[in-house]
Design a protein. Structure first.
Length: 355
């Protein structure tokens, strides 16, 4: 009887144990499933947070670009107002010049008529008593009038010549101002893209500005200068200078336009003095690094180029050039020691002409 009871108790305990284990396994599976669901939710939450961060950055970038666009539109409106004012002044000057021309022509006609009438009256009064001596005296008397008339005619012609020149110059300036307005709008967009782009985009933009300056100065691509010329050396290396300018007396000068302006863009757009100072230091360091890199290429010693002893390093944005020299005036001397001359749009042609 005791053994049966013991077996019964053992059986009951076994059942309870088996049931407990089954329950524990079921609960463990649910916990594992919940953990997996929780991990999935955490991953989704992290992805959502990352998207929110990107959205915030995109929104900030959009607002900044929108502000730049509004600023450029304000500048364009001001330039359009100035252009309208110049056109108005030109039209007023043109009307005034036409009126002046009409008055001068009428004055010349009146003086000519008065001169002829005076001569006729004198000849009529002295016709009966005219003699060779009297005629000489008459001519001598009328000579001052003739000289005055001739002087007046020359003065009128000179005045019209100067006014025509002024009108031509003013019309030319108006056309230049219109072209400059359109060009500034395009360049503002190109500059924004270039400064935010990679080095390849910046290099292409710098080369475009360099080529445009050379063409405006009267140099012709393919004749006085060449772009992207591939040169192979004896060491199976290939070099591709941005621009080669052909100087008189068979000399060449290489111009590099791949200077990075990312740090200058940070300096220009930052409103924090500390960030500006750091960006300025980075800008100067970027120029130094580019000079060292350019010096190692030895462009002025490439075969087939009758180059001078140095290379022109072109910085397409003049304020970036001046800002760097103001912060570090020794950059010019450092460049010369490395056979490099720093130039910007206003000093490029001066450097080439002096060569």
């Amino acid at each position: 009887m005791d053994t049966s009871l013991l077996y019964a108790v053992i059986g009951a305990l076994s059942g309870v144990l088996v049931g407990g284990l089954a329950t524990w396994f079921s609960i463990a599976q649910k916990i594992t499933q919940k953990d997996q669901e929780l991990q999935q939710l955490n991953r989704q939450l992290a992805a959502s947070d990352e998207k929110n961060i990107h959205l915030a950055q995109w929104k900030e970038e959009y607002e900044r670009l929108d502000q730049e666009l509004r600023t450029q539109r304000d500048i364009n409106r001001e330039q359009e107002a100035e252009l309208r004012e110049v056109i108005t002044r030109f039209e007023q000057n043109q009307l005034a010049n036409e009126e002046k021309q009409r008055i001068l022509q009428n004055s010349e006609q009146r003086l000519t008529a008065q001169f002829e009438n005076l001569a006729n009256r004198i000849f009529e009064q002295n016709e009966r008593r005219a003699s060779e001596q009297q005629q000489k005296s008459l001519l001598a008397m009328l000579s001052p009038f003739r000289e005055q008339l001739e002087g007046f005619r020359q003065q009128v012609q000179q005045s019209f010549g100067e006014e025509a020149k002024e009108r031509h110059t003013l019309a030319y300036e108006i056309r230049q101002l219109q072209q400059l307005n359109n060009q500034m709008t395009k360049e503002a967009v190109n500059l924004t893209r270039a400064l935010k782009g990679d080095n390849k985009i910046q290099g292409n933009w710098g080369e475009t500005i360099l080529t445009r300056i050379l063409e405006v100065s009267g140099l012709r691509e393919g004749s006085e200068f060449e772009t992207q010329v591939s040169i192979n050396t004896s060491y199976n290396s290939r070099y591709q200078p941005d621009v080669i300018i052909h100087l008189p007396e068979g000399k060449d000068v290489v111009v590099d336009a791949k200077m990075s302006l990312v740090s200058y863009e940070h300096y220009f757009n930052s409103e924090d003095p500390h960030e500006q100072q750091q960006a300025l230091k980075n800008h100067v360091a970027s120029i130094r690094n580019h000079m060292r890199m350019l010096s190692r290429k030895d462009y002025h010693q490439l075969p087939g180029i009758r180059s001078l002893d140095y290379v022109l390093m072109f910085i397409p944005i003049e304020p970036a050039y001046l800002l760097a020299l103001k912060e570090a005036p020794e950059l010019l001397d450092e460049g010369i020691k490395q056979n490099i001359m720093l130039v910007c749009p206003s000093t490029l042609l001066v450097a080439v002409e002096n060569d």
